[in-house]
Design a protein around this ligand. Sequence first.
Ligand code: ST9
Length: 625
Amino acid sequence: MSHYRSNLRDLEFNLFEVFDLAAVMGSAPYEEMDADTARSILHEVDRLAREDLAASFEDADRNPPVFDPATGAVTVPESFARSYQAWMNSEWFRLQLPEGLGGQPAPAALVWSTAELVLGANPAIWMYACGPSFARIVWQNGTERDQRIASHMVERHWGATMVLTEPDAGSDVGAGRAKAYPNDDGTWRIEGVKRFITSGGHDLSENIMHLVLARPVGVEGHGGPGTKGLSMFLLPQHHFDVLSGELTGRRNGVHVTHVEKKMGLKVSTTCEMTFGDSSVGGGEPAVGWLLGEVHDGIAQMFQVIENARMMVGTKAIATLSTGYLNALEYAKQRVQGADLTMAADKSAPRVTITHHPDVRRSLLTQKTFSEALRALVIYTATFQDRVRVAQARGARDETAERVNDLLLPIVKGYGSERSWVLLGTESLQTFGGSGFLQDYPIEQYVRDAKIDTLYEGTTAIQGQDLFFRKIVKDRGQALSHLAGEIQAFVDAESGNGRLKLERELLQAGLDDAQAIVGAMVGQLMSADPTSENGDPRNIYKVGLNTTRLLTALGDVVCSWLLLRQAEVALTRLGEGVSAKDRAFYEGKVTGAQWFARQVLPKLASERVIAEATDLDVMDLDEACL
Ligand code: ST9
């Protein structure tokens, strides 16, 4: 049996019992999908994930890819290559693609559920396999030529990368210095060095398409400072015939010049890439095509980033979930100590650690956070589906667009923080000292999960994005919608009275989170120098609270989603169910109650802290730090 423990039952519960996936299937753009097909896809991907994909998880960590500095070649371990090819050969990646690009469109909620299975089994597979989803962005934004290129990317299983980061431009993408020079034939020549490029080099596909941000030079009115001066270019690793997709045998001047040595996720190559340097490789120029218009670069790259942020949040929860299920399995068979009620009796029978209150606390904490975060991912995906269903009708669902935007930093920022911390402090801890050993997968989970709080925008960036862009710039529209949904749940009197206390706790949690938003808006307004007593430094008060807000809103939304699940579970229990289902649904009700009672009361103190924010920390001399 592999390391991976999936939770198909909970995925199906979310998709079919809570969020009614069936409602979006059977009509455009998901005409070909129905509930039976969706279930069989999930089961098939689950089997593939637990068996073929998970098989190389450990080996690929112990024997990471090898980089040859003399040739720039990167070789991934054979075991991993087999798992990767099993995924690509299954062709399930077509579920993410529109029909025009050879896809078999499936609802986003289903796609992200399959993503959870792959990411939980062996996360780097999903990341190396992102060529088709990047092709989708090329296809959406490109000319006829670019659409042909996108089609080659899909049909020939090419890899792809997102190339933004530079040694001095990490969170601050607008500080990037890579330059783009126009050639006479309409192509562009790129020069510069990029860093932290995921999947930049490997031997898993015949070609890799790099989506590169660079600043055009020598073109009047273009290439100004900041992110808005960046354009997006398509640069293949190997040149190819645009009509047929066949490689021409010529190398492009895009070279891996270093592969990082990392704490975790070791099989995923993180590369330094050098573009168009005459002293590197064969000294070839790095030549590519501009995608769309010259000023579109950052907006286009954010289409990739939004998917990637959703992917990171899904990866985080996938790892937490398998961490929890591994810990649960261990706890159920690990005998240690006597029951606490008999602790004084040294001859009392020894019991499994599931009998100990602190282990129960830990297991329920792991269970409820992993199930809440799964619900958060799928709930967010339902808004992506609303957007696509409207588009298929030739319309726009602006509310769904806004709410999806609002939820993305929570999925990514809150999801990754909660998962990484719980994996380290609760899942690993359940194993006692054994958790520290390589005999169990948990230590690798912890190492592999840490990156989720870092790449694709750190937690600090997610907090800022949430407040400044998704709440202030949005004028609170998405937040009001979400708060309205939660309020409606609080006000409804279903759940046969069993969730009464939890509804009250949810009301208090919602009030606290909204009060934190209110305090921050007040701090922002008091930073306006044109207002009476306005002091620009008060913006620091906002900055001191953005991560707090991210966490507080995450807690409220997650608690609400668990309570929604509990309400469904209570209905099912009332209808009469099998013993196995009874345990599942009872677990849902008790879990939701536990989460509301353990997590929500803490928001009152977060509110007090946010409201009392002053500038002492910012006034402190650096020497005192
Ligand atoms: C990295 C790689 O970390 C990690 C692993 C990659 C794995 C790849 C695999 C991916 C798989 C994907 C799977 C897909 C599956 C698909 C399934 C489908 C069902 N939202 O605020 P301003 C735009 S790579 C949207 O002034 P600054 C917007 O155009 C490195 N757009 O920012 C805006 O213009 P406007 C990752 C946004 O001060 C413009 O930017 N690096 C958003 O200039 C300027 O905005 C990072 O993530 C948004 N949230 O720049 C960078 N925000 O306002 C982190 C901005 O007119 N840094 N735009 O609309 C940041 O995010 C910074 O805040 C900054 C600041 C760069 C945006």
